[in-house]
Design a protein around this ligand. Sequence first.
Ligand SMILES: *Cc1c(COP(=O)(O)O)cnc(C)c1O
Length: 457
Amino acid sequence: MTTDPRRLLPSVERLLQEPAVRTLLESVPRSVVVAATREAVARARRGRAPLPDDWSADITERAARIGCRSLRPVLNATGVVLHTNLGRAPMAEAALEAVQGVAAGYSALEFDLEAGVRGQRTDHGRRLLAELTGAEDAFAVNNAASALVVALNTVAAGLDVVISRGELVEIGGSFRIPDILEKSGAHLREVGTTNRTHLDDYRAALGPSTGAILKVHPSNFEQTGFVHSPPGEALAAVAREAGVPFIHDIGSGLLADLTPFGLQSEPRVAGAVADGTDLVIFSADKLLGGPQAGCLVGRAALLARCRANPLARAARADKMTFAALEATLGLYRDPAVALREIPVLRMLTITPEALAMRAASLRDAIVAECPAAPLPRLLPGHSTPGGGSFPAERLPTTLVALAPGSRGADALALALRLGDPPIVARVADGGVVLDPRTLPESAFPDVARGVAAAMAE
Ligand SMILES: *Cc1c(COP(=O)(O)O)cnc(C)c1O
């Protein structure tokens, strides 16, 4: 027989008449069952997966998956603290409470309670941002990329923006500084070379058509060797002499002092402000540990112009963002509280000794759930800060290594991802490893159950 089995696939109508599928229809909306059935047949036709032995079971499983929300919580066992694909910063308890408070009802989002008249949403977090960074004024928009667009469009539309060739960087998928700059209406005026740019390179490029000097923090890589770029302070002085604004995109909004923990390569917001920078731009969901937002801090007159730009309206953040941002910033008023309460800072500063203990207790929880499986091993390893921060830092940790068995590490990692809750682990050296740095202890029972279920498959 040479007949291709894919030509003999059952029709969607016939599958919907199967007894098990009809039973499914009693508890699951028809649209979901139909979509699941179509998906099962389409997959089989395309030959992406082996033909199911049991069509009803396949349809039931697909229907369960379709019925789930797509944006689900996952357990991050990768050890990458700021994992952009996993939603960057987990938020502090205080931020969650603040979100809950404003999301469930009405709020003073754009309302001046004292005067009883319209207020400004960009006032939320304004005082705290200024207070914590030493800046004259501040406001937040939807993310740092849009903050940069707003700033460049406000001060430099139709004019040159002078930037070092070493800083024409790509930050993530679709964020490239030269593209963003052109889209904001400014003209790119690149100076210097990839590895070395001097103050005189900037000076030589300044003229009547200059709109701003821009410095961009090379967040996700580090240059070493024969390299030079002028410090922010010197660039601020050159810009001041020329009467143009100096804008510094520092990437991560580091407010805390992490040098006691050996983390010193990221610029702090207060330092960039103290350089004399006119506008400092940073993300709120990286090292700041808050919600997705982009903060602009700096000179009041410039910020007033940015706020009045229609693009700022197009990039405005919502009430939940402002609630979470204000609550997160509030924790920084006491640095010790910030280190204790903000998950990102807690995960970055946890000691190797504490991680070794957590790894042991994670292993014990797994052994208790699956006593018959090979004993997970504890291995020395490294976590990474991630999210384009501290690109050169590797933080020592202790990993829990699972024996993947005969089907291999990728299959076990897949089974972990498809569990409930999904567990995203690291595949390394042919094994699957879990890094306790990014797993809260409260999640250990879920991790253990998820590992047991994935191992049993
Ligand atoms: C991450 C980053 C951005 C983009 O920030 P988003 O908040 O993700 O838009 C911009 N510039 C630098 C230097 C960054 O590191």
